[in-house]
Structure formats: C-alpha cells, structure tokens
Write a protein that binds this ligand. Structure first.
Ligand code: CAA
Length: 713
C-alpha cells in the first residue's frame, strides 16, 4: 500500500488499483483530498501492473460533497473540476464504488468516473441549492446526459435524493453490489480489463440532450414551476440556466457557464446565509458540558392529553417507530383523538405519502388509555393537557407516582412556568419543557426547555430523543414565551401598532411575504383562530382594539369564514386564500380615530423595519440573559418554527449582515419617535458601539466558557 498523503492511500489488488479516501466525517472534497486523489490517479496511471482503478471511501459515506468550510476562501489548486477531468481522461477505466450519501461534489466525482457501482443502501443527490449554489463541478452538465433533462432539473432544483435502486433504473449506476462493496468493485473492475477502448465518458453522451436542443418551452415551463416553489431562493432558477447551457452549448463552453454561475453565487448573501445556517443547525445539537451522543434509543413513550397537540405528538413518536401510550382521562376525548390520528394517516396514504400497511403499523404503535398509571412503562412522558398550571400540576403529581426512575417528565407548555409545574413532583430534576410546534407531526422544531433544576442526563436524553424523532431540538432556558414565542410577541405587538398608526393587514402581510415568510402575521392569526388570543387577553385584562372588535363580531378567522380577511369557499385561488375586506380597513381607521391616533401612510421599508428590528432587539435580550445558548440557536428556532426564510439566515444572522450599528441606530430613531418599546437592548448597544456581530459575541462567550473549563480542569 502506498500512502499518498494523510487521507488518501493507493493499493493494488491483482491488476486493479484501489484508491481509498479517508477524510472523516463525510469525506468532503477538501484540498488535501483533491490533491491526494489526483496524485493517486496519476500513480495508478503509471503503474504498469494496473489495468483498472477503483475509488472507494472509508467511514460512513462516499464523498458527500465539497468541503463547505472552504467556500468563500481563496480557491487552492487542484480544483474539483481538474481532478474530475483527470479521472475522465484516464486511459484506465475508473470505477466509483459507493456507499452512504453520495452528494454534491461526491456525485460529480462519480459522474466523472467511467463506471459507478454502489451498495443498495446508498443514496444520491445534489443538495447544493440548499446552500444557495448550483452543482459547480459538472453536475449540471453530466447528470442530464444520463437521467435526461427533466429529471435532472427535478433532482437539482429540489435537492431531492434517490435510492440505489432508482439510480440503477435511471442509468446512474452500472451495478448494485449486493455483497461486500470492495469485493464487488474488484470483481466489476476485473471485467473491464478487456473492455473495448476508447472508454465511455459521460461528457460525450448526447442522446438525452439532442431531443430537447432548442426547446425553449421546456425551460420556460420549468422556470415557472420551480420559481413558484423556490419562493425567493435564487439558486434553483440558476441551476436551470446551467442545465439549459448543457443542452445548447458545447461541453467545455457550458462547463464554463456553470462555473461563472456558481462563482457568482458563492459570494451572494443568500449562499452566505445558507452556509451559515448549515453549521448553525449542527451547532444547536452541541450542549457545553452535556454529552448528547451515545444516548440509548427511546422505545416507549407516553403522551397525556389527546387533543390537537397531544395527538400530533403521539403521531411524531409513532412516525419515528416509537411505541406510545396516548392517555386522556375522558374516554370520549380519547376516542376523538385516536379517530383524528387515524384520519390524518389515511389522508396521507390517499395522497400517496405512505402505504396502507404503514397506516396500520403506525396505528399499532399507539395504545389508547384512560389511566394515568399507564405512564409506568414509558421512558419519556409528554404532558399536553390544557394550558392551566393547576391542572398540569395535578397531572405531574400523578405522573410522579407512577413514572419509572430516570424517565423524562416533559411538559408541552408554551406559556406556563415549568419550575412551578415541576414543584408538584418529588423529582424536579427529571422535569423538562418539550415544546412542540403545531401541527406537531409536521413541524420540525422542538424547543427543549431546561429549568435551573433539570439534570444534565435528562437534557442529554431529551436532545437525543428530539433527533430520534427526526425533529430539530434546540435547548433554551425558561422565561415567558421561551425563545420563539417571546420574539413572536415582539413582532405581533408591532403588527398591531402598525395597523393603528397607518398600515393595513394586507400591507403588513405583503411585506413579510416579500421578505420570504410563507405567511403574514394577520393571515396566520386567521388560520390559528383569533379567539385564542382573545381568551388570553381577557384572562390577563389586556385589550387589542382591532382584534377584539373582530372577535366580538364573530370574525374568528378562517373557521368562521372571516377574520382580518374574508374567505370564500368558491374562491378559484383557494378557499383558504385571504381576500382583503374593505370593512376591516374601515374598522381599523375607526379604531385609530377612537384612540386619537393620526394615521400616516407608511412605506414598505418602514413597515419591514418596524416589524423585524424589535424582534432582533428582543432576541438580543434573550441572548444576553442566556436563555439561548448562542445567537445561531435563535436563528434555528425562527427558521424551523416560524418560517423565517432560510436564505436570510434567521434574525440574528440578518442583523449581523445589515450591521448591528445600523440596526441599533434605527431602533434609536424609532424610540425617539414611537417610545420606550424600541429602546435598544444593552447587548445590542454595546456590540454596535464595538462594531461587532452577534456571531462574534457567541464565539467570545464560547471561548470564555472553554477557558474557564480548562482552568477548572
Ligand atoms: N463540508 C464540510 N463539513 C461537512 C460537510 C461538508 N460538505 N458535510 C458535513 N460536514 C460536517 C458537519 O458540519 C458535521 O460537523 P460537526 O460534527 O463538527 O458538527 C459533520 O460533518 C457530520 O455532519 P452531520 O452531522 O450532518 O452528519 P449526518 O450523518 O447527519 O449527515 C450528510 C451526513 C448527509 C453528509 C450531511 O452532513 C450533509 O448533508 N452534508 C452536506 C452535503 C452537501 O451539502 N454537499 C454538497 C456540498 S456543495 C458541493 O459539493 C458543491 C459542488 O458542486 C462542488
């Protein structure tokens, strides 16, 4: 065996050279890997005893893409294209022998090989648009030559993955290896030794492109449908440009075009935000002082409360293959809850989202019960009863009597004091907030709320459980509203103010949608039902002139056919599409007059800043209080829980990109004009003065904590 460098080795087995890449964790195409691979191919080329070359990877996966940490830095030769080109030009056949997730640059590398084989569990895809770029090493050029233009557009613009069986069927794979991969690869390579020359190169294939050459309609249609789905994300449309170039230009020229497109994208704000978010999401899993890895899998759960949230949470457990006892003291409520779950699954099956057998399997994992004592077998218990402290405390006292030692005692409260709830038990160290988002079976975000007493082992297990449930768990501390809803409240307050001072619901919602949110504040209120907020305001003695007036009129939102907007079941655009209602605008103007407010027209920039900057300000307070561990966690929460557009990186990254000084100065202007509510948070003020970012602040806090830890050690 020859060691080419620290991560690439070359060995010969009979007359086949085996290049092995070992660049954990995902064999990303780092500079060292590219250099080592290029050298290994050259070595193997010179080896007279070698008649074919196999590229194989150690670890969890074949190459899963370019090294994202190198993006935005000065490129270092050899570039990926040069390595792929050397492989493609090799006079000896090169075989990519693949396992794991073959993504992005990894798949492009494979497309440069003369043959591709893989184990049945391997998956293939181009996730680049999720990073705000297109495949930039020939992926937009070679993929359509194999799978056809329409399928390539679909795969690249949606970032979807396909299985080995699908890849074989599409012609992307030459063989699916059923036994051991390397043995299969050697046997496959053996057959190539006597293969006719010249070798087949993907770049030379034209049969899939020829029929659509000059077909502008195909691309126009694709742009229309992809543009609709992309909702402001630019990369998918740019990918279509590159694929169109593949169809209509000679290979080298089209490859150059692909290069120009990706180079422009790497420096774009969208790509910077998306790359930031890629790492932010992974960072959220890491909790200082708590090892969340190697946690035992949860096999048995219990959910208390068979209402909308409880039902959705039970489905989330079943979806992850975890057996769950769904408990409700009312037989009737339980029956209704189980019925809704069954219907939800059946609807999914009808839409083709799962098989009938799957419906049976998941329903089989859910056991209804009316006895709280049935929490006894569960490793995790999630209470999801009505938001009332006394009720929850009664439930927790009962849980405490039956739950096994070490069980996670979770509450799904979104508003109540978890310490208070925990005080009903003799084991407050086992109590934690597990704040799911509605619909719980769909939404990815899970706020894991640690109290001052929660044991590290319970935190670790809860975070691991979140991942087991295929959610995105983010650890937060206790405060009113936790992280997500506390920031949401800041925005809602502004939205209400804006309509009192000159704006209208459709303007506010339009601005948010233009920014990239799937829905505006008022349309969302209509969807959730305006009576929820009305009830809470009544309990707390609060008023909201417009919302209260709408509720008093029976306009509770979509469910009553009207709220801030009107809804028409016959509307060709859809029964849930909001229709602006002049009556509501009149009601708003009247409310302003009654309050003695002189309405002034607001432009969209002002509306956007008044909505978003107070959110950033609230987030700064949250960060300063330590309720969030880092700025990026707040971004993960807002992207996964509240529809903040990914390509804007979340509120903290957005603020960093604008510059904290500019945000702080604008808040000060608002404070002068509209009052105390806009007063910049102390942390924001300080960072603005120091010309620092929230990301830098988080890094400083992290470095400080590490220093303390090593000093203590
Ligand atoms: N570059 C650098 N680091 C990467 C990486 C990449 N492409 N992919 C993953 N990592 C890192 C992660 O940051 C993480 O690091 P930490 O442990 O320090 O947090 C570690 O590898 C493991 O990643 P995951 O936690 O995500 O592991 P997983 O097993 O859950 O998933 C995966 C593995 C499916 C490969 C997933 O990591 C993934 O989707 N990676 C990104 C793949 C991608 O986007 N590839 C395209 C890159 S762009 C490109 O290739 C452009 C081109 O055209 C040349």
């Amino acid at each position: 065996m020859t060691r080419i460098n620290e991560i690439v080795t070359l060995a010969r087995q009979g007359n086949v050279s085996v290049v092995t890449l070992n660049n954990p964790p995902v064999n990303a195409l780092s500079h060292a890997l590219r250099e080592g691979l290029l050298n290994a191919i050259a070595h193997a080329g010179r080896d007279k005893e070698s008649a074919a070359i196999v590229i194989v990877c150690e670890g969890q996966t074949f190459v899963a893409g370019a090294d994202i940490t190198e993006f935005g830095k000065p490129p270092k030769d050899p570039r990926i294209n040069a390595v792929i080109s050397a492989i493609e030009e090799s006079p000896k056949p090169v075989v990519a022998a693949m396992h794991g997730t073959v993504l992005g640059g990894g798949l492009e590398l494979a497309l440069g090989c003369h043959y591709r084989i893989a184990v049945p569990s391997a998956r293939f895809g181009f996730p680049e648009v999720n990073l705000g770029i297109i495949p930039g090493a020939g992926g937009t050029q070679r993929l359509p030559r194999i799978v056809g233009v329409e399928r390539a557009i679909e795969m690249i613009t949606s970032a979807s993955q396909i299985s080995a069986a699908q890849a074989r069927e599409a012609g992307l794979l030459d063989e699916v290896v059923l036994g051991e991969l390397l043995a299969g690869a050697l046997a496959f390579a053996q057959k190539l030794v006597t293969e006719n020359r010249p070798l087949k190169r993907v770049r030379d294939r034209d049969e899939m492109l020829k029929p659509v050459r000059g077909n502008t309609e195909l691309f126009a249609k694709a742009r229309q449908s992809v543009g609709r789905k992309a909702r402001g994300l630019k990369a998918p449309l740019a990918a279509i440009d590159a694929i169109e170039a593949a169809v209509n230009l000679p290979f080298e020229q089209a490859l150059q075009r692909e290069r120009e497109i990706i180079m422009a994208q790497v420096g774009s704000d969208q790509s910077k935000a998306l790359r930031y978010f890629f790492f932010a999401e992974r960072e959220a899993a890491k909790i200082p002082g708590v090892d969340t890895s190697n946690q035992p899998k949860v096999m048995q759960a219990a959910v208390i409360g068979a209402g909308t949230m409880g039902g959705g949470i039970a489905m989330s457990f079943a979806n992850a293959g975890i057996a769950v006892t769904l408990i409700d003291v009312s037989e009737q409520a339980l029956e209704k809850g189980i019925g809704i779950i069954q219907k939800n699954y059946e609807n999914t099956a009808k839409r083709g989202g799962m098989s009938e057998a799957d419906v049976g399997k998941r329903m089989g994992l859910i056991t209804p019960s009316t006895k709280l004592a049935d929490v006894a077998g569960a490793e995790v218990i999630v209470e999801a009863v009505f938001e009332n402290t006394q009720l929850k405390k009664t439930v927790f006292a009962e849980i405490d009597r039956h739950a096994q030692p070490g069980a996670i005692l979770g509450t799904n409260t979104s508003t109540l004091d978890i310490d208070d709830i925990a005080s009903a038990t003799k084991r407050p160290e086992s109590v934690i907030g597990l704040h799911f988002f509605s619909p719980a079976n769909v939404m990815k975000l899970l706020e894991v709320v640690r109290t001052g007493k929660t044991a590290p082992a319970i935190v670790a297990r809860s975070m691991a459980l979140g991942r087991q449930m295929r959610k995105v768990p983010v650890l937060v501390g206790t405060c009113d509203g936790f992280v997500g809803n506390r920031i949401l409240r800041a925005r809602s307050k502004q939205a209400e103010q804006i309509i009192m001072y000159g704006g209208f619901p459709h303007q506010v919602d339009g601005v948010l949608q233009e920014f990239g949110f799937p829905m505006g504040v008022f349309a969302m209120g209509d969807m959730a039902g305006l009576d929820i907020g009305w009830r809470i305001r009544q309990e707390r003695g609060l008023k909201s002139p417009v919302a209260d007036a709408l509720c008093e009129m029976g306009r509770l939102g979509q469910k009553t056919g009207a709220g801030y907007y009107r809804y028409d079941p016959q509307n060709p655009a859809g029964a849930r599409t909001p229709i602006v209602d002049p009556m509501v605008n009149e009601l708003i103007v009247k409310a302003s007059n009654d309050a003695g407010i002189e309405r002034k027209e607001m432009n969209n920039d002002l509306v956007r800043e008044r909505l978003l900057y107070p959110m950033i300000n609230e987030a700064a307070k949250i960060l300063e209080e330590g309720v969030a561990l880092r700025a990026s966690d707040i971004d993960v929460i807002w992207i996964y829980g509240y529809g903040w557009p990914r390509y804007r990186g979340g509120p903290m990254h957005y603020a960093d990109a604008i510059g904290l000084r500019a945000v702080r100065d604008r808040l000060r202007e608002f404070e002068r004009e509209f009052g105390e509510a806009f007063k910049p948070a102390a942390l924001l003020d300080r960072l603005a003065d120091e010309d620092k970012t929230f990301a830098e602040y988080t890094a400083e806090v992290k470095a400080g904590a590490a220093k303390l830890e090593s000093a203590a050690a």
